[in-house]
Design a protein around this ligand. Sequence first.
Ligand code: FES
Length: 345
Amino acid sequence: MIDTMTQWFLHHQQLAGYLEPIMQRFKPAWRAGFYRAEVACIEPINEKYLELWLAPESTWPIHKAGQHLELTVEMNGQLRTRVFTIASSPEQYRASGLVRLLIRTHELGRFTPHLTTYLASESWCNISAPQGTFLFPQRKMGSTLMIAGGSGITPFLAMLSQHLSEACNPVKLIYIARTGEHLAEKELNALAARFAHFSYFPIGRAEFKPLTHYLNDLDAPVVFCCGPQAVMEQVATQSLAANVTYFDEPFGLATHINMAERTEHVVKVAHNQYAVDNQRSLLDQLEQQHVSVRRGCGMGICHQCQCVKKQGLVRDMRTGALSDAGESLIQLCVVQAVTDVEIAL
Ligand code: FES
């Protein structure tokens, strides 16, 4: 009712849309449905990573170690959103009011390379409530083996900071990255020096040994893994073979798909047709052809790219599952065409 009256009298679809510019005069970055966060500090760590400290507004629900959030920044008049794991613990947030993100900057990306242009200390952005279930189980555990690859270290930084002082069971971290690209080395070395039950092994990809090598001295181990798809697949398979409990957090999509042969298809949108193949996501290919599609996280989390598929088969890039041929909701960023497809945007 309120929104209908808003459409009649204020010429806006929703009351929030009318209020937004007014509210933003008093509360920078105020947006209905988002939390606000002030930038406490943003600075490069090295050529590839940025460290961003945010002070969320007081209504933000405190995260659990291992969770992620959606970061939304207005860039050139457009809201852009990406998902990042929080690299600091709830205790650190309670003590300082700050959360930390470690962000890999992708040279050709539409978001990360522009962050330092649009964010500076004391500027504002939006964040979502914390999300995700990659958490330490509440039950008592034996020992823990953590395997991190590249920026997959971020949830472990939060977990270690939270749990090392709470438990004394052995925790071993294997951190795989290129030489010189291990993040937070000082912090991890300091934790290893302070807690006798924590050991830390920074290694290169080529040095990564079969899982049993790392499990040998651990009693009743539980394995946690976060990193590139290939590492997670290897660790998952070997955990299964070793009969140990395994948890993982994929922070990227499995962009490969076993459709060895490249095929071409047509995507119909209203009266237009676009050529796509079966190798990349529909979102990437439609964007490339300047179709006006909504992109958020690009990882199947935020649902901003969701639309109705009217007909045709698509494959979910995360699971390999095929859709049926009829009408269904799809997320463009995580599906590839298997046949010609018609969608309504
Ligand atoms: S862009 Fe976030 S789910 Fe597709």
